[in-house]
Write a protein that binds this ligand. Structure first.
Ligand code: SF4
Length: 346
């Protein structure tokens, strides 16, 4: 058994639209190790959700083209799987939690029944066994009075409790991989923290590998072991949590860090947003896609896409500043005084 449970290699995904072809994901590579949490971070439109939905094959078949690449789960390329074969993978092997719990739950069906259905879809348990398992799952995700709450409808739950139910359904068949797409974005800050703690706790108990997708780097601080930063359909930097927070190398990652509130930061010091907006991926120019927003842009950035460079065995970045001919620059202080920046030594 290898260490890697899921591997995405050189994935290119595009959509056919009335305005032409949109290349939403380009050359995306990452591995998910057994039992780890990998965060995919980037602004909206960066291709992170498209990547997740490609893994689950949830994108509309008619308009989606997987132009290149492979998605290997337990040594099998999921892109070769038929719709029927994928149905066996979804929920049972790989499960997904979406941003808005209301869209994942059926408002007309009792919550307990929805969990039971999730269990019986892939497991041959009697009704009674599935009912008991559903109750156990609701207890596991921290629903108080789980036995009584089995008979309640989704609207009788708060937003945070609904998301707990969705997580219970996602875990119903003991999946090996859980993909959580902005699982806390629709929730207020306190509830966000509770759901993240819950996911962390569940991972410890179940050993599930997790991919968490978010626009907010702050969300992953206490959760992820590795982070992939996506911009305009590409992964521009990948590293361990420490590498991304303490020694980031890509100007876009610096921008994300500068725009993130810090625990000990003086509240009178304003956060610095990344200027401009992400590029239109249906009309990308040559060169680095971040060039129009990058404070360190050089001529070469407009002409050629930077290659991926290894900063360490676990840390890679695609930026011309890594080239030995590039000027040495002083990194901005994105720490808010929380930690010391290390500059790359050449
Ligand atoms: Fe900025 Fe150039 Fe690096 Fe792109 S390649 S992030 S434009 S310095």
């Amino acid at each position: 058994m290898t260490d890697t449970i899921l591997s995405v290699d050189n994935l290119d995904v595009s959509f056919q639209t009335y305005n032409g072809v949109i290349k939403a994901v380009r050359g995306v590579d990452f591995d998910l190790k057994r039992g780890e949490t990998l965060a995919i971070v980037g602004e909206s439109g960066s291709g992170k959700s498209v990547t997740a939905k490609s893994i689950m094959q949830l994108l509309p078949k008619k308009t989606t083209m997987i132009d290149e690449g492979s998605i290997t789960y337990e040594n099998e390329n999921l892109l070769n799987y038929s719709r029927k074969e994928m149905e066996k993978i979804r929920g049972k092997e790989i499960s997904m939690v979406f941003q808005d719990p209301m869209t994942s739950l059926n408002p007309t069906m009792k919550v307990g029944k929805q969990v039971v259905e999730g269990i019986r879809k892939h497991q041959s348990l009697t009704k009674k066994e599935a009912y008991n398992r559903a109750q156990e799952l609701l207890e596991l995700v921290g629903i108080p009075n789980a036995k009584e709450r089995m008979d309640a409808y989704p609207h009788e739950f708060s937003g945070g409790m609904r998301q707990r139910v969705v997580i219970a359904i996602a875990l119903a068949c003991n999946p090996k991989v859980l993909i959580a797409d902005e699982p806390t974005t629709a929730l207020d800050v306190t509830i966000q923290a509770q759901i993240l703690d819950l996911m962390k706790d569940l991972q410890k108990k179940t050993g599930t590998s997790i991919i968490i997708i978010t626009h907010d780097l702050g969300v992953v601080v206490n959760m992820a072991s590795r982070i992939a930063v996506m911009y305009a359909g590409e992964i521009v930097e990948t590293g361990t949590l420490e590498e991304i927070f303490y020694n980031p190398q890509h100007p876009y990652t610096w921008g994300l860090l500068q725009s993130m509130p810090k625990m000990h930061q003086d509240r009178s010091v304003p956060l610095i947003p990344i200027k401009g907006s992400p590029p239109d991926v249906s009309n990308l120019h040559d060169g680095c896609p971040f060039a129009a927003r990058c404070p360190y842009v050089m001529k070469v950035c407009h002409d050629h896409v930077p290659d991926k460079e290894q900063v360490s065995e676990t840390h890679s970045v695609s930026c011309w500043l890594q080239d030995e001919r590039a000027p040495r620059i002083k990194q901005p202080d994105f720490t808010g005084g929380d930690h010391v920046v290390q500059t790359k030594t050449r």
